[in-house]
Design a protein around this ligand. Structure first.
Ligand code: DP6
Length: 327
């Protein structure tokens, strides 16, 4: 029996989004993408392979998952499991209560770390990034801290992330508005696939991403906040335009998303540099400079209540922790 291994991975928010696969079996994306790992939201996962088990046993936030609910985890474990071994997996999402921000990015990055170590493999971070990709595309980037770019690549080995600026010596923050914690109706997996196959704007999206990556990299390295902000906001809106232009059309935005977006535009018109982005859900995330946090958090707390406002900063890459004594 191999020893248990525990890994912690943080979630990330994309500034240039991944929205579409070129190869669904191999999890190769249509485009590269770029994100910032956040310190506030993370997953801790412990894995132990045990030859006496007859099936994988997966516990999430203290609740044992049914075999059906843990199908994605079981298939992921198949990539590393020692022959004939099933695993005990215990995973906890550290996200503020009912935040609805639990992310497949931190989940599969942590699982990649813990499962590979538990299987006796000592993978490099690049290899972990490749492995995490098979669980969820956005997990590819969560292996690294700070700003990271996932290069689309052309095959399994080349489709990996790399750090752009892990230390992030730049006083920036992300204000997350937690407006809706409900399960989304259209998963990102379904939503992006529908966008690829039915939106007439998909070819233009690929050009947008290529251009945005070219301009956002120097904005990040030169700490040009306005330039970075303008790109990340328009990139998010163009991603959401793909859902509105899909057949059948759908959207992740709700009324509160629009109210938040308008409030950010108003703050900006009044001289506060801040920019919004949204993933496959209605919760808006606002990029800002830390000096402007009091103004922005107050404005959002006045609109929605302080319990809906969470401040995050750049976070670290994958960490290996000592496993709980009894597991
Ligand atoms: C909008 O990584 O959740 O957050 O690869 O199918 O698991 P799968 O999708 P997922 O999609 C993330 C989409 C996004 C944009 C991004 O994180 O780049």
């Amino acid at each position: 029996m191999t020893p248990a291994a525990t890994a912690r991975a943080h979630t990330n928010i994309a500034l240039v989004k991944y929205w579409g696969k070129a190869d669904t079996d191999r999890m190769l994306p249509q485009t590269s993408s770029l994100s910032l790992t956040l310190d506030q939201f993370y997953t801790d996962t412990t894995v132990k392979f045990d030859p006496t088990l007859t099936a994988d046993e997966v516990t999430l936030n203290g609740e044992r998952l049914s075999s059906q609910a843990s199908g994605k985890v079981q298939r992921f474990l198949d990539l590393v499991r020692p022959t004939g071994n099933f695993a005990r997996v215990n995973s906890t999402n550290h996200v503020p209560t009912a935040a609805g921000l639990a992310s497949s990015a931190s989940a599969f990055a942590a699982l990649a770390g813990a499962a590979s170590r538990a299987a006796g493999l000592n993978l490099t971070r690049t290899e972990l990034s490749r492995l995490a990709r098979h669980g969820s595309g956005s997990a590819t980037r969560s292996i690294f801290g700070g700003f990271a770019e996932w290069t689309a690549g052309t095959d399994d080995a080349s489709s990996v992330a790399h750090p752009i600026d892990e230390a992030v010596d730049w006083p920036i923050a992300v204000v997350a508005l937690v407006l809706n914690a409900h399960q989304k109706k259209v998963s990102s997996r379904q939503g992006m696939q529908s966008s690829v196959t039915t939106s007439p704007f998909y070819p233009a999206w690929k050009d947008v991403v290529a251009r945005d990556l070219t301009t956002i990299r120097p904005a990040i390295s030169q700490h040009d906040f306005q330039q970075m902000g303008e790109i990340l906001e328009s990139n998010a809106m163009r991603m959401h335009a793909l859902t509105l232009s899909a057949q059948p059309p759908f959207t992740y935005l709700n009324g509160d998303s629009l109210i938040t977006m308008q409030a950010v535009q108003d703050l900006r018109a009044a001289g506060t540099a801040c920019y919004y982005t949204l993933d496959a859900g209605p919760n808006v995330k606002i990029f800002c400079q830390t000096a402007d946090l009091p103004k922005i958090t107050q404005t959002m707390a006045d609109l929605f209540g302080p319990e809906h406002v969470i401040v995050a900063h750049p976070g670290p890459g994958i960490q290996f922790l000592s496993s709980p004594a009894k597991f």
